[in-house]
Design a protein around this ligand. Structure first.
Ligand SMILES: [Zn+2]
Length: 328
């Protein structure tokens, strides 16, 4: 996912250098809607500077890059595909928690087994394809009790996900044995249902589950109160936030933003699921203020592929037009 500035720069470059690109055909795919433009050679802006501050961890899977974000907290990054998705491996004394399993292009189970011998429990920040790709290879998966999660447990066929491995989406060589033509989002089985506020102990490391709908109905965050870390998934990251997708709910997203902002004093670092592995916690206040400003009509927007795009600097928010919020 790209910054708004990068998209604008790309648009300007395109305007200067060549004839406009042909219109991208409209898509029914919920994760393509409103994001088909501006991807041209997005990888030229990599690597992102934020990663250079972290210690890389050696492993043998070229598709992944692994970095230590904090002692016992590893970011597993997939910069080869447009999503630049980040999964996190959180190590405890008795078991490890894998927060998302990535795209399903690389061997997530393989890379994780090089990083730890601990038993693994998987939790997904939500069940969009780019966060559940490796789920099928794990036995212990905790997920929400929502029908949305249950629907996505059935996987998604090639027709629904082929776009994400098509021309323009991937720049890196894909791993041996991977076939773009056979790419699917494989089914998986949730073994335990999560509730809001549930505490998970990994042995010396405790994580609190926060159900945070908005981007998706089953979006959730993990809070490590002792180490003052908040893992936000797609709810909050430093790029364009999607409040416009089928399944997204502006009112829920706004409530979630208020809730997470109320934690700004309790955390130091936010660890999001795309692009960059850390953001300062006070950006949660800007996140909350953004929703207040959109709702209040004080925020400016442009129309992007028929959706409203509100620019708040470090991040922007895509909202359907007309706006879907309920009157108060
Ligand atoms: Zn998502």
């Amino acid at each position: 996912m790209r910054s708004v500035v990068a998209i604008i720069l790309t648009a300007l470059t395109l305007a200067c250098d060549r004839a406009p690109a042909p219109a991208v055909p409209a898509s029914d795919n919920e994760q393509v809607v409103g994001r088909g433009q501006g991807k041209d050679e997005w990888w030229h802006s990599l690597p992102r500077a934020a990663w250079a501050e972290l210690t890389p961890i050696a492993q043998s899977f070229a598709w992944f890059e692994v970095f230590e974000v904090r002692p016992g907290v590893l970011a597993i990054y997939e910069p080869g595909q447009f999503e630049e998705v980040i999964s996190y491996l959180i190590l405890g004394g008795e078991r490890a928690l894998l927060f998302d399993t990535g795209l399903g292009i690389g061997d997530m189970r393989g890379v994780v087994s090089e990083l730890t011998d601990l038993p693994i429990v998987v939790i997904n920040s939500h069940t969009h394809y780019d966060h559940v790709g490796g789920n099928h290879a794990f036995d212990s998966i905790y997920g929400t009790d929502l029908q949305y999660t249950r629907d996505h447990e059935r996987g998604r066929g090639h027709d629904e996900v082929s776009e994400f491995v098509s021309e323009g989406w991937i720049w890196k060589e894909t791993p041996p044995g991977f076939s773009r033509d056979a790419f699917v989002s494989r089914p998986f089985t949730v073994s335990q249902r999560l509730v809001d506020g549930q505490l998970l102990s990994l042995g010396g490391v405790e994580l609190e589950v926060l159900l945070t709908p908005g981007h998706a109905p089953d979006s959730l965050c993990l809070l490590d109160r002792r180490r003052r870390l908040l893992f936000t998934g797609d709810t909050f990251y430093p790029a364009t936030l999607y409040a416009h997708l089928p399944g997204s709910t502006f009112d829920d997203y706004e409530r979630t933003a208020e809730r997470l902002a109320s934690l700004a004093d309790s955390v130091d670092v936010v660890l999001p699921a795309h692009n960059e592995p850390t953001m300062p916690a006070d950006e949660l206040l800007a996140f909350r203020d953004a929703f207040r400003a959109m709702r209040g009509g004080e925020a400016e927007y442009v129309l992007t592929d028929g959706d409203r795009e509100y620019d708040f600097g470090r991040f922007s928010v895509l909202v359907a037009d007309p706006p879907p919020w309920r009157a108060r």
